[in-house]
Ligand binder design. Sequence first.
Ligand code: HDD
Length: 719
Amino acid sequence: MATRDTRPSSASPAVAHALGDHQPGAGKPPHEDNAGNGGETHQDLKPSAAAPQDYLTDNFGHRIADNQNSLRAGERGPTLLEDFVLREKIFHFDHERIPERIVHARGSGAHGVFECTKAIPELTKASIFQKKGESCPVFVRFSTVAGGAGSVDTPRDVRGFAVKFYTDTGNWDLVGNNIPVFFIQDAMKFPDLVHSVKMEADRGYPQAASAHDTFWDFVSLMPETMHMIMWAMSDRAIPRSLRMMQGFGVHTFRFVNASGEGKFVKFHWKPVLGMESLVWDEAVKIAGADPDFHRRDLFEAIAAGDFPAWDLGVQVFDEEWAARQPYDVLDATKLVPEEDIPVEIVGRLTLNRNVDNFFAETEQVAFLPSNIIPGIDFTNDPLLQGRLFSYLDTQKSRLGTANFHQIPINAPKCPFHNFQRDGMMQTLVPTGRANYEPNSLAEAGEDSGPRAEPESGFSTFTENAERNEPENKLRIRAELFADHYSQAGLFYRSQTESEQSHIASAIVFELSKVALAHVRERVISRLRNVDETLAERVAAGLALKLPKKAAAAREPVEMAPSDALSIQKNALETLEGRKVGILFDEGSDKKALDDLKSAIEKSGGSAFLVAPKVGALKLKGGTLEADGQLAGSPSVLFDAVASILMPEAAEKLTTQAAAVQWFMDAYGHCKTIAHCPGTQAILDKAGVEKDDGVVPIDEFAGVGARRHWAREPRIRDLA
Ligand code: HDD
């Protein structure tokens, strides 16, 4: 088998002589052979003592003598077709890309571990929930939905939250989002939804944005989207970090215990670092300052040993309870309020290892909602049922072969054996003749292969009232699916005043990008069913007259507000996992900087030093190098900012737009600004007014990195 080793090699032209096989002009070091390039391209060669695996080879194991020059007929002649080294290299390069995911193309992944923290054998026989302390490896991929693989990390969008548990009874893929409901109720509408939100078909834009005609046209005609629209227009859709967002299995699934009893279950991921979101203006600026903001944040946190973690919670209920609710639990546009069915924490997910290779792991990972294990089962949610087909199908088109399960990131970590054989890119080498069943080859002393096992094998839950209904074949939705507004209103009314204004403003922003007047109007006419005040705010924000209220297929019902749905009501007062930017310049007090940095680190945060120049600057009490240059480290990249500046330095910085903007943005994004008295000149220039979040350095610890939302109405007009 070919050794694929691409480690960089150390230089020694002498080896080429020893090998004697470089050409043309054997006898001269290869870099002197580079006719026409002034000898500037030089070959990076191994010393003669190098082990065989250190040599560069082609894919069939032939050692390569020259990795710089193609084979040509003479010094200035044409390149020869016989150059198999060149042809193989270019051939492989030409095929490096595989089709990107049709949705969720942009993603970031990491390895980790899931540990059961509370055994629940009475609810499920799933092996990972049988014993406290039981654990299994996991791979998680977070993603945005609408943009292509190279798009930015911070658009307003839903985030995918897909977890692959490699359990001892096979892989379980919980392919969820950071929002507990979905836009549509039936998989039949998925291609339409996705077409509408992606770049418009004729013009090829906008990329990674829902603020355009076709999306809102679809939304305005599909009132079942309204609940998810509330979430997508809320701060949930602009998370500060992948480490600081919740995750949800979305659908109602089933738990089945060892006695065969089934209960409904909904899965929740609760971030240990708490929830945190960006301000819209900040998200837009981050897209320019660091398009990889979330990917970098996740990678760096794991690399630094700050392993992000989530608690796995379950909401469990039975069919009788479900039947009494004013919504249908099989409808993916509905949630079950935590106040009605509390979330019970049963496990913890910790991401503790970055991928070794982005393509091999994050790009090739294939999640399948159909991957479940004994103890967990599907329900008749029509969206889930459609997904069970779609993901298997898409993997074949993306990864090119029915053997995609053999790619290491997709293969289970428990044994797997069956009678499936052959196919493109088959990498397993099964032995023996038994590739069918039943067979009696054992009687001839041969290996007869594996057999089905009714006891521990997966068996579908059957005592299911939903499945015992008359078996008419109907293209129809259940009655309660027609209530499109009650939970949209529940979400809106559960938010703080500040969060409500963010939702209203986001809808105004998106609709202001919609050129079709009738679409704007129709959206507002639907919003009147969600909440009259929201509809009024949006109409006023667009300077439109409030249109007639849209007819509702089913009159909404009043639901008690749920605090669990608000980010701000659940904000943690912590510096943990948060990043503080500290601005300094020549003459700043080094001791004060060191003290501040260590206080931040002691509280679990990280400090990032910013200065106009990154090289060693002379400070009072020593020299210091910055982590980032001011122009490349805008304050949008930090959760809070601090500055320690001499008055002269601050005065000088008042002429630097990057410095003024640094404070202006931190203030505008409602962040804590801790400063020394010397900074005042630049604060004045940036229009920073004193408030709860603008504090002297020594009060920083008490205020931390939380946002100061009360400041916002003074800074911008919100709808
Ligand atoms: Fe989906 C990818 C989540 C409905 C069809 N979906 C995909 C990913 C996530 C979700 C997180 C990315 C997985 C990864 O990181 O590789 N999708 C959801 C959720 C849904 C949902 C939470 C509703 C509750 N999806 C949904 C429907 C269909 C699809 C109704 C089709 C009928 N989804 C796909 C897909 C993708 C996908 C086209 C693209 C790439 C892939 O599957 O592997 O098959």
